[in-house]
Write a protein that binds this ligand. Sequence first.
Ligand code: CMC
Length: 392
Amino acid sequence: SGVVTYDEGYGNTGSCESKITFIDGEKGILRYRGYPIEEIAENSNFVEAAYLTIYGELPKADELRNYSRRILRGASIHEGMKNLFNGFPTNAHPMVILSALLNTLGSYYPELATNDRQKDLDNFDDAAATLISKVRTVAAMSYRMKHGLPFIYPKPKLSYCANFLHMMFSEPYNDYVLHDDVVNALDLIFLLHADHEQNCSTSTVRMVASGGANLFASVSAGVCALWGPLHGGANMAVVKMLQDIHASGDDGTDFIEKAKTGETRLMGFGHRVYKNYDPRAKILGEAAERVFAALNINDPLLDIARRLETKAREDDYFVSRNLYPNVDFYSGIILQAIGLPLDMFTVIFAIGRMPGWIANWKELAESGARIHRPRQIYQGSTQRPYVKMEAR
Ligand code: CMC
């Protein structure tokens, strides 16, 4: 029909039918394929959660073994890809490198990235495992390049997270000492990010895919969408905010007042869908205590975060707007505590979200959905005659 409904920011538009992730924002419920996030966080790990998200069922023991093996073995990238890193300025943001190289990765596997929907679906398993495995390698290499450090090759024997930490922090002559609490905390962060239904980056992946683009191109667009501070960039923004508050000598009181006037935002607070506590923030808030205790860290930033949370939850401005901590509020503090550099935080989010992007690409591709093509409400000028240069 000719009538176009305007829904600013798609707040009330269902863009697809999906069986992957369920959110009840009023009640603070999140489930992957029907399983509550709390139970997955307690019993599972990232690779299993990735399998569940993508294939819809918890893997049986041999399925998980085969899948893990495939991912663990696939971490190397083509030697030729190393040259690509030389073309970036050394201060290039790792998210720039990540999006560019994930798209490029597809061109190293032309049979997996054909833009022929049926062929791309036929080779989906390979493409998905390739991306989940190699996204770590590209991420770690972008960090090494930025800091002028030699690239570290993956070790197929290490677990998913351990291998990432190894590629990030080992030296050619000295292996990074892996600490179980660090590995587990990172695994938990990846797991909690695995999918979150039609957020900005996942919708972007679906949008790009709906035109028939291959999986590599689609997730590379997802990385770009994730980069912004209102989305995946928030975990970085939270830590910067806490550092600034700490440096200014404020205990959080002044900052809360500024957030209420709109002068600034309380980063890591608020969510389009959750009008209750983000269940991921609850899990991470508790994990933060555990990690800090296990690593014997006394970080004033955690105290400031706790104080901000208490103040905000007693304040009518935040209460009346249903503003609660979201996943980014505590993830950044944990990432910092386990030694990950600030400019890698959003990259970590991207690694974690990869299964969700992939699962949504698959669901869209299999559904045969038509190209996504929203309409608009035109507000520009009505017809007017062209004005020649000399008459302007
Ligand atoms: N601090 C202060 N005020 C806020 C905040 C905040 N963090 N978030 C929302 N508000 C206010 C906003 O000013 C508005 O007030 P009013 O009705 O008086 O104009 C009201 O709450 C509704 O906000 P909105 O911007 O219309 O809500 P939205 O659904 O468009 O935005 C959001 C959601 C997450 C972008 C927003 O809450 C925000 O900017 N939060 C901070 C950034 C952040 O933490 N992002 C991570 C989101 S979760 C994971 C992810 O996607 O990466």
